[in-house]
Design a protein around this ligand. Structure first.
Ligand SMILES: [Zn+2]
Length: 76
């Protein structure tokens, strides 16, 4: 497929609107996105990672008096 440098539109994989390929961002999957949508998806990913890290930490620490709904607090 010959690539020309002409004006081209692709669909943004985030919002599904056409995005000028000359200004599109590509995520790590090679999908085109608006720069704005790229930033949004990046932000969402960061937040996902952050909440995952937080969850891992809190499951390691398991603060006393928290949500002991797993039956660990059955005695006494
Ligand atoms: Zn978009």
């Amino acid at each position: 497929m010959p690539e020309s440098d002409s004006f081209k539109f692709v669909r943004c994989s985030h919002c599904n609107h056409p995005v000028d390929i000359n200004f599109a961002k590509a995520d790590h999957d090679g999908k085109a996105m608006h720069e704005e949508c790229y930033l949004k998806s990046l932000q969402a990913k960061i937040e996902q990672n952050a909440s995952r890290a937080t969850r891992a930490q809190s499951s390691n620490r398991r603060p006393p008096g928290g949500s002991g709904s797993e039956g660990a607090n059955g005695a006494a």
